[in-house]
Design a protein around this ligand. Sequence first.
Ligand SMILES: NC(=O)C1=CN([C@@H]2O[C@H](COP(=O)(O)OP(=O)(O)OC[C@H]3O[C@@H](n4cnc5c(N)ncnc54)[C@H](O)[C@@H]3O)[C@@H](O)[C@H]2O)C=CC1
Ligand SMILES: CC(=O)C(=O)O
Ligand SMILES: [Mg+2]
Length: 371
Amino acid sequence: MKIAVPKEIKNHEYRVALTPSVVRELAARGHTVAVQASAGEGAGFPDAEYAAAGARIEQDLDALWDNAELIVKVKEPQPEEVKRLKPGHTLFTYLHLAAEESLTRGLMDSEATCIAYETITDDQGGLPLLAPMSRVAGRMAIQAGAHSLEKAQGGAGILIPGVPGVAPAKVTVIGGGVVGENAARMALGLGAEVTVLDKSLARLEVLDHRYQGRLNTVYSTADALETAVRESDIVVGAVLVPGAQAPKLITRDMLADMRPGSVLVDVAIDQGGCFETSRATTHADPTYVVDGVVHYCVANMPGAVARTSTQALTNATLPFVLALADKGWQGALAEDPHFLEGLNVHAGRITHPAVAKAFALEAVDPRTLLS
Ligand SMILES: NC(=O)C1=CN([C@@H]2O[C@H](COP(=O)(O)OP(=O)(O)OC[C@H]3O[C@@H](n4cnc5c(N)ncnc54)[C@H](O)[C@@H]3O)[C@@H](O)[C@H]2O)C=CC1
Ligand SMILES: CC(=O)C(=O)O
Ligand SMILES: [Mg+2]
């Protein structure tokens, strides 16, 4: 299989889709890997390491894309990348299509086969290729929130742990999945008073058991949300309905009840965000203020810690990349129903029901595409 690894071009995105170690595994199985020159530099992987692992370092962007059968990326394709996709290409990357109709239409028009990391499932009901980056983003959410609470950032001037004689900050996490648990864990580590809301009682039970009373777990209702948000210094948005647009759980009206300088960190922004006032920001300009409340809504948080994130992401993607390379997309997806859930677009048709629903389109059953 001819595999291409483009350099990521989203704002301040320094991750790379394959490490030299993964290239070595692919090359050993007889696959050809072309890596765009300097693609790994931001994550600390120089071209020389890729070349030593068996990759061809490609300077010519047209040649990189035109000669590829499988394109492996990190972030959703940017408009200039969408233009390069064509029938016969298989694209394997994060897509988050329900948040972006123009990208969805662009991928349909390309007629390429597009497999999303974030909708692949596992036997435990998890999302194995989203989880590593959710762990990173959840942990970062508290760093981002702590920084945003500083006066110079528009925050209320609150130090998360407080000091003797001064109470710590109150942190509320909405959604107690992978992002939510990692955010809660960081906030607890800093000495915050932490509350996690979720609609899944089973999930709240797991958290309650795991944190042995150090964490408040609250079933998520409109009342509970209003109360928690009113009292919080930092609110982390961490809900997910896989493949779908995030539900808007905090409305603009509710901001009026928050203290000025409080902070919303909307990690769910890559699925459209769970606060009504959220809009995607970049690492170059991560925050803005609405009604006195600081919003941090960076859609590629893990890109800022590219070394850690690249290693964590590729640990998880490796078996899937090997399967695609060895068997082609039809062979790999036919053998693994969890992998098949990753298929979002093929030959101009949407294949994931939640994405189709977001734009009132018809979804084709991906199982019918495998023969
Ligand atoms: N901004 C960024 O850089 C990154 C964003 N993310 C995003 O973070 C979000 C969360 O991801 P994960 O934690 O991995 O998902 P997850 O599936 O592990 O957890 C989501 C949780 O939300 C809960 N939930 C769903 N609807 C809810 C509602 N209405 N009220 C309360 N809880 C609700 C679920 O029960 C579940 O426990 C996703 O949108 C993901 O794409 C992940 C990594 C990086
Ligand atoms: C999951 C995601 O959007 C990211 O890692 O950037
Ligand atoms: Mg995006």
